[in-house]
Design a protein around this ligand. Structure first.
Ligand code: RAM
Length: 342
């Protein structure tokens, strides 16, 4: 409640600031205000992304301002309120990782009507709600690789569960759809998916969902968690329940949070992309749309600073996409190189 009050206080302050001749300028002139709206406050994945957002603006625009916001808990209602306040404030660009892809569309469309560039990153808004999606990695590959890692860890047999984030989150849902496709292959015939549960990208809820799985499925051998929040919570739950060596974990984890579990063999391998680079790219692309340096059209190529050249491509499901790159697999051999990076 206190944090929410603070959030609103800072929004009100910004509103007053722009009303009295603050830094919000018309397109093409700069300096600009770019808002990044994340799934929720306090998620270390987005805190790392925020480092990249700031880096991109420092490189791109003298005097540009970053507004970095998320609801206290990962709800789409909280994000709709934030987007509406940002429209009233008159920011120049908004990049959002959505808690639900469709409910945000009207608020995003109002933003676009007001001349604000709107992109999504990490978890997409439906194509008619944003100009383009900055995609962290090929969705199919991210889905399939998680089943492949679980199968290798479990030697292709036994019962496992999926512990996801929120049931409306488009990135997790798309990855899970690809996991199920992969699981249908004959090589996984001796593996059984016992349940899919949702920890809502909240630490304690994810932890108690993991404990619930251990109770409901005494033969459980593995958990796949396609969320960094879920991964860290399941690692802790496995240790607390004394299930090291009996239940194994894989999915999408932050090396800084998962290093100990990887070294101990609780999570022999996991995947992710660089969240700092993702924040950098999302902010960079949004800023280029704001300044008019790119139009957001399919086939356009442009430079994304230290990430090099990228092209806007059309994806049948995601709409217009700019791709970060392939996911990276972390294991005992390489975790020391990454544990302090993000
Ligand atoms: C969590 C969030 C985020 C997702 C990562 C893998 O931090 O759900 O959206 O991309 O995990």
């Amino acid at each position: 409640m206190k944090r929410k009050a603070l959030l609103w206080l800072s929004l009100v302050t910004m509103l007053m600031f722009s009303a009295f001749g603050g830094s919000v300028c018309a397109k093409g002139e700069g300096p600009f205000t770019i808002a990044v709206v994340v799934k929720s406050e306090g998620n270390p994945f987005f805190e790392a992304a925020g480092v990249g957002c700031r880096e991109a603006l420092e490189e791109l625009g003298a005097g540009d301002e970053l507004v970095f916001l998320g609801p206290e808990v990962p709800t789409v209602e909280g994000q709709i309120e934030i987007v509406s306040a940002l429209v009233a404030q008159g920011v120049d660009g908004i990049s959002i990782s959505a808690n639900e892809p469709n409910a945000l569309v009207p608020a995003c469309q109002r933003a676009e009507k007001a001349g604000i560039a709107v992109t999504s990153f990490d978890s997409f808004v439906s194509a008619d709600g944003s100009q383009l999606f900055v995609n962290q990695a090929d969705m199919e590959q991210v889905g399939r690789i998680q089943i492949q890692m679980m199968a290798e860890i479990l030697d292709y047999k036994g019962q496992f569960a999926i512990l996801s984030a929120g049931p409306t989150m488009a990135n997790q849902n798309t990855w899970i759809a690809w996991m199920l496709e992969e699981l249908a292959k004959p090589e996984y015939a001796d593996m059984e998916l016992a349940a899919i549960v949702y920890g809502m990208d909240e630490r304690e809820k994810s932890y108690s969902e993991a404990m619930g799985l251990f109770r409901s499925y005494p033969d459980l051998r593995g958990i796949v968690s396609p969320t960094t929040v879920g991964m860290a919570a399941v690692g802790r739950a496995i240790k607390d329940a004394g299930l090291d060596g009996k239940v194994f974990l894989t999915g999408l984890g932050l090396p800084s949070e998962m290093a100990a579990y990887i070294r101990e063999g609780i999570c022999p391998r996991m995947a992710l992309w660089n969240p700092i680079d993702l924040g950098y790219m999302a902010t960079w692309v949004t800023r280029l749309l704001v300044s008019g340096e790119i139009k957001g059209e399919v086939g356009e190529t442009f430079n994304v600073g230290r990430m090099g050249e990228r092209e806007i491509v059309m994806d049948p499901v995601l709409g217009k996409v700019v791709l970060l790159g392939p996911p990276f697999v972390f294991n005992q051999e390489n975790i020391d190189d990454w544990a302090d990076v993000y």
